[in-house]
Design a binder for this molecule. Structure first.
Ligand code: AG3
Length: 276
């Protein structure tokens, strides 16, 4: 270990993740946060915001495929998609795999995240050049309050629910989204770790259930995230999350029809907490 450089992120007061920095790639203090990209021999380039690992080149597909595809395979006609956050571009790339999607609008608070992703994370940011992609630099919570268009699917690809992202897990924000997607729309969001943040997940279930007719959770493994098992919420009024309306696109590496079903099957420790 000596003579080598290490990054660590604490996930609890007494555990966390340790990654070697084989090469620093970029550092920027933006108006909102500290953005850091470094190289690691196992995970490739690692994107860190305010000390938290957001994604890595090698394991990003677990998360981005699982945030996007469950909603996109189950919506009857996903033509317009709204992504809140997601400045690295990974979720946008997954959304635009569907020819049905005519327009994907991504609302990111921090233009520096997009700028650095375009420079240093091309495998994630590749779809910013797609003509169907529209980028809005701004506050996602304000955007949904004043948006004029409606959407079929809304995906919230946020940081942890602290600081600027806290509002993206609030009742008011979800109500504004509900008004934009109507009865047939789907909201999917990243919802932290069932192993470490069960109370948070339960509180989200309560808030979402007061607004949407059907609220389900599903899980995926994300090797670099706290607790390794990550949850997502799936909310709508009319869509059955287990009824696939189309085949997933070719070339995915984590998601398929079988993973879809498996992901919505919650392990007992989580199911007991959530269904109580
Ligand atoms: N959004 C969820 C990251 C949460 C990780 N938390 C942490 N490391 N403390 C990721 C955005 C990627 N597009």
């Amino acid at each position: 270990m000596a003579g080598r450089n290490w990054f660590n992120e604490l996930h609890t007061s007494s555990s966390g993740i340790l990654l070697e920095i084989s090469k620093p790639i970029a550092y920027r203090k933006s108006s909102y946060q500290e953005i850091w990209i470094f190289d690691n021999p196992v995970f490739g380039k690692v994107l860190v915001l305010d000390g938290c690992v957001m994604t890595t080149e090698k394991d990003e597909f677990f998360y981005h495929e699982m945030l996007a595809h469950p909603a996109l395979t189950t919506h009857p006609k996903p033509e317009r998609v709204l992504i809140i956050g997601g400045g690295d571009g990974g979720t946008l790339r997954e959304v635009l795999r569907y020819p049905e999607v005519g327009k994907a609008t991504l609302v990111e608070l921090d233009r520096d995240v997009i700028d650095l992703a375009k420079r240093h994370l091309p495998s994630l940011s590749i779809s910013f050049s797609d003509p169907r992609a529209e980028v809005v630099i701004g506050d996602g919570a304000k955007f949904v309050k004043t948006a004029k268009s409606s959407y079929d699917v809304v995906l919230v690809d946020s940081t942890d629910p602290v600081g600027p992202a806290e509002i993206l897990f609030s009742e008011g924000f979800y109500r504004d989204i509900k008004a934009l997607i109507g009865r047939d729309g789907i909201l999917a969001l990243q919802c932290e770790s069932p192993f470490l943040h069960m109370d948070f997940i339960k509180s989200q279930k309560k808030i979402l259930s007061s607004i949407f007719g059907r609220v389900n959770f599903y899980n995926a493994v994300v090797p670099t995230y706290p607790g390794s098992l990550w949850s997502f919420a799936f909310a709508s009024d009319s869509v059955d999350p287990l009824e696939l309306k189309r085949k997933p696109p070719e070339g995915l590496r984590y998601y398929d029809e079988h993973i879809h079903r498996a992901a919505f099957t919650l392990p007992p420790f989580m199911r007991d907490e959530i269904e109580r």
